[in-house]
Write a protein that binds this ligand. Structure first.
Ligand SMILES: Cc1cc2nc3c(=O)[nH]c(=O)nc-3n(C[C@H](O)[C@H](O)[C@H](O)COP(=O)(O)O)c2cc1C
Length: 206
């Protein structure tokens, strides 16, 4: 399928086939797409957790404000970002840049100091959300390409989710994705803003 068609066809699914569970091969295929998502410093500060058991689904249903798609999809994905990604992974990141790019000693020192710099909490959160949101979109397109149905969700009790997954301080749930097989039509798509509306200015276009 043409990528443009895939983009236009993708929907946030609310209608799932009952009883479908994502298998290990499909899960790995999904993550194979995500691996190519761009990220600042090429840090890739994300992990995806798939939850499928009855007990997990029941708990997540409550954590996700009783939204039915948690139950009907049968598979729940939590994208977890690392708010300390520069610091935690500076050795790996620096070593990769040095192995694959000709960094001058000044450039390498600059990269190291940027990776290891102390940052305020809001800044660290903003950086990881900005990065991991791109991985979420790759995941949604991957699901579409593999014939799956998915819905990104922000109706989530963040602190309860962090506690349930036993996440460390630096592990931030970025988004929850209900995942499954489509159970049929999603109805008419909600309207989209026009190109003119999302184009801030055409003044300086040649
Ligand atoms: C960050 C984000 C959070 C969302 N949260 C929810 C949610 O909690 N529950 C839900 O049913 N849909 C949620 N949606 C889906 C949106 O309602 C949907 O993307 C939007 O209406 C456009 O529809 P479409 O994705 O089918 O084109 C969310 C989408 C995004 C991108």
């Amino acid at each position: 399928m043409e990528f443009k068609d895939l983009v236009q066809q993708r929907r946030s699914a609310h209608n799932f086939e009952a009883g479908f569970k994502v298998d290990e091969n499909t899960w790995n295929d999904l993550l194979e797409y995500v691996r190519y998502t761009p990220s600042g410093y090429n840090a890739q500060p994300w992990q995806f957790q798939l939850l499928q058991t009855e007990a997990d689904i029941t708990a997540l249903h409550k954590i996700c404000l009783n939204q039915d798609i948690i139950k009907t999809s049968g598979n729940v994905v939590v994208l977890i970002g690392d708010t300390d990604f520069g610091k935690n992974e500076s050795d790996r990141i620096l070593a990769e840049w040095q192995a694959y790019r000709n960094l001058t000693p000044e450039k390498a020192a600059g990269l190291k100091s940027s990776l290891e710099k102390e940052r305020e909490t809001w800044k660290k959160r903003e950086m990881v959300i900005r990065n991991a949101s791109l991985a979420a979109m790759t995941f949604l397109y991957a699901a579409e390409d593999l014939g799956l149905a998915a819905c990104p969700m922000m109706g989530v009790r963040q602190l309860d989710l962090k506690k349930y997954l036993d996440l460390a301080d630096n592990q931030l749930p970025i988004i929850v994705i209900a995942l499954g097989k489509s159970g049929g039509s999603e109805g008419t798509r909600l309207p989209r803003k026009s190109v003119e509306e999302i184009n801030r200015s055409v003044d300086n276009l040649k």
